[in-house]
Design a protein around this ligand. Structure first.
Ligand SMILES: O=C(O)CCC(=O)C(=O)O
Ligand SMILES: [Fe+2]
Length: 331
């Protein structure tokens, strides 16, 4: 995916939303993020800090606000939004973390940047059972977990929506690149059901709309149970949501199994790779886009690929029963 600038107004249904900040816009955003690094207690998961970030997020550069708002209305055929030119100074970063379950608690400029933007897309949320409920999570390769179907692995990561098993899966997933893996093809792969739908036979679509599939929690979740039987496609037959994880979803009968395999092949056929560079943030609409990751070979030398992840919900009220004190973490 390239990163050309576009004008403020993105036509509804544009294929892929992209915005490259100008130097002036980057400086405006950096000033807000720096202010947040100095806002006590300078911890991302602190409700007071998050409230301050929410207020400051209304002062983001207007072109950025416009793009985020338009993307939220309709994420386009590709369902992704790629922002570049963010205030991330790769040279000023510490070594890439290399431990399992690594999260970003301190309010650094990159973390504050993602939170500021995410708070204009919706509500930033996390799951108590995943990465200890941290709002900003590190996506880094971990020694010993190479083969794991999680974001700590380095084998190909199967196409999935995030937390497909969960009744309140994220509406959007944001991945900020702090450090790109030099010379490694570790692209995030994306595939949108909006692109794939015309390629799926009518009879297969009918099966995918039926409750003939179950999904187990991903390895990143400490607890949780298999879903009741449910469809892979739901909502409008012309523009459905997709709920599947090709590692975690199984079909309950032979016909559904074949249909699921054909769906996987179709999603692979139309997939694209987003090779993020430092200072880029991609949002994927988790209702219409599957994501995964190409394989790579980590060096574990402090210079490995480093992304930070956030989850966004559009309607916090739906999960109120799971969130103590109307906070950001679901139990
Ligand atoms: O590493 C990536 O590009 C994506 C990993 C992933 O699926 C995730 O962090 O949710
Ligand atoms: Fe993921």
């Amino acid at each position: 995916m390239t990163t050309e600038a576009h004008t403020a107004s993105v036509p509804a249904g544009a294929d892929a939303y992209r915005l490259r900040l100008t130097d002036a816009e980057r400086e405006e955003l950096a000033a807000l993020a720096r202010k947040l690094t100095e806002t006590a207690p300078a911890l991302v998961d602190d409700p007071g800090w998050l409230a301050a970030a929410r207020h400051l997020s209304s002062r983001l550069p207007v072109r950025l606000l416009d793009t985020v708002r338009t993307y939220r209305h309709d994420p386009g055929a590709d369902g992704t939004l790629l922002l570049s030119g963010l205030p991330i100074d790769e040279d000023a970063l510490p070594d890439t973390p290399d431990v399992a379950e690594s999260v970003q608690r301190e309010a650094t400029v990159p973390a504050a940047t993602a939170v500021l933007i995410g708070l204009q897309l919706g509500e930033i949320v996390a799951y108590r059972e995943e990465k200890s409920g941290a709002l900003v999570q590190n996506v880094v390769p971990v020694r010993g977990l190479e083969a794991s179907q999680s974001n700590a692995g380095s084998v190909p990561l199967e196409f999935h929506i995030e937390n497909a098993f969960h009744p309140y899966r994220p509406d959007f997933v944001g991945l900020t690149c702090l450090r790109q893996a030099v010379g490694q093809n570790a692209g995030t792969t994306v595939a949108s059901i909006r692109r794939a739908l015309p390629l799926i036979e009518e009879s297969d679509r009918r099966v995918l709309h039926q409750a003939r599939f179950v999904t187990v929690p991903p390895p990143s979740f400490r607890s949780g149970s298999e879903t009741p039987a449910r469809p892979v496609l739901d909502g409008s037959p012309d523009d459905p949501n997709i709920v599947v994880d090709f590692h975690a979803t199984t079909a309950l009968d032979d016909e559904a199994k074949q249909v699921l395999e054909r769906l996987r092949a179709t999603m692979m056929d139309i997939s694209a790779s987003v090779e993020l560079s430092a200072g880029e943030l991609v949002f994927v609409d988790n209702r219409v886009v599957l994501h995964g990751r190409a394989p790579f070979t980590p060096n574990y030398d402090g210079r490995d690929r480093w992304l930070q992840r956030i989850f966004v919900h559009l309607d916090n009220r739906r999960t109120r029963v799971l969130r103590a004190d109307n906070g950001a973490v679901m139990t």
